[in-house]
Design a protein around this ligand. Structure first.
Ligand code: 6PG
Length: 242
């Protein structure tokens, strides 16, 4: 690990783990304490699903946790492509959060994004700049370097005014419109944690966290409020030294 030159100027904690599912579960369970009202944004994609299953089976008290999604595919929650639907199924019946804050996918994507932003602004505590603060934003990374639904070349990557926006044509499957957190919202969170697994992600990890940040690689532009961006990855996802 020490031989991998993660970018020296990016304040980032890198956790090399044996099993990303177990680590994802542990980080969720470390946060979940009965009554305390917490705001957690889960991520979609396949990587966190095993972690959600583990966390859901742990018998923890989620009654203080408001669950949101850092991005959503604009499909009904019953659709297998729905990020919230996948997370809800993986967490299972053992998890009864304080509330599940779903993207209103029955609206058109722009309206759904505006509605999600308005609800975030209404519900969450804000920082000194008036930006709502999640306790945790989980993110995955795509092979193209996207995170949430900020795909390279889309306006979502450079959006600095809206906290939530929409993407009509995503860069990767499933090719359905998306609603996504933007960088200003993600960066205000207390913890921003990427979960990454497998050799197919090693090149994206290099582009996002080793090379110079670039607008071509949206994940490379993500920071966190106090510089405590975290990356949880397994050995296969670690890029080999150049
Ligand atoms: C989505 C995601 C997306 C995902 C990455 C990684 O809706 O597609 O939220 O940002 O996290 O594409 O996905 P995998 O974990 O499936 O590789």
């Amino acid at each position: 690990m020490s031989t991998v030159p993660f970018h020296p100027n990016r304040a980032m904690r890198v956790h090399l783990v044996d099993d990303v599912a177990v680590a994802t579960s542990e980080l969720l369970l470390d946060l979940v304490h009965g009554g305390e009202h917490l705001y957690v944004a889960l991520t979609g994609g396949s990587t966190p699903q095993g972690g959600y299953v583990h966390a859901g089976n742990a018998g923890a008290d989620w009654s203080g946790v408001s669950l949101w999604m850092s991005d959503e595919r604009v499909v009904p929650i019953s659709d297998e492509r729905s990020n919230a639907g996948s997370a809800e199924r993986a967490l299972g019946e053992g998890v009864t959060p304080r509330d599940w804050q779903l993207v209103r996918t029955e609206l058109d994507p722009a309206a759904a994004a505006a509605d999600y932003e308005a609800r975030i602004r209404a519900e969450l505590p804000v920082n000194e700049h008036g930006v709502p603060v999640f306790d945790l934003v989980l993110l995955g990374i795509g092979p193209d370097g996207h995170c949430a639904s900020m795909f390279p070349g889309t306006d979502a990557v450079t959006e600095m005014d809206r906290l939530v926006t929409h993407v009509d044509v995503p860069g990767l499957e499933p090719l359905v419109p998306r609603v996504t957190f933007t960088r200003p919202l993600i960066s205000a969170a207390t913890r921003v944690v990427f979960v990454v697994s497998g050799a197919s992600k090693a090149a994206a990890v290099r582009a996002a966290f080793v090379d110079e940040p670039s607008v071509e690689v949206p994940s490379s532009l993500v920071t966190s409020a106090d510089g405590s961006l975290e990356v949880v990855l397994d050995a296969a996802a670690v890029p080999t030294p150049a």
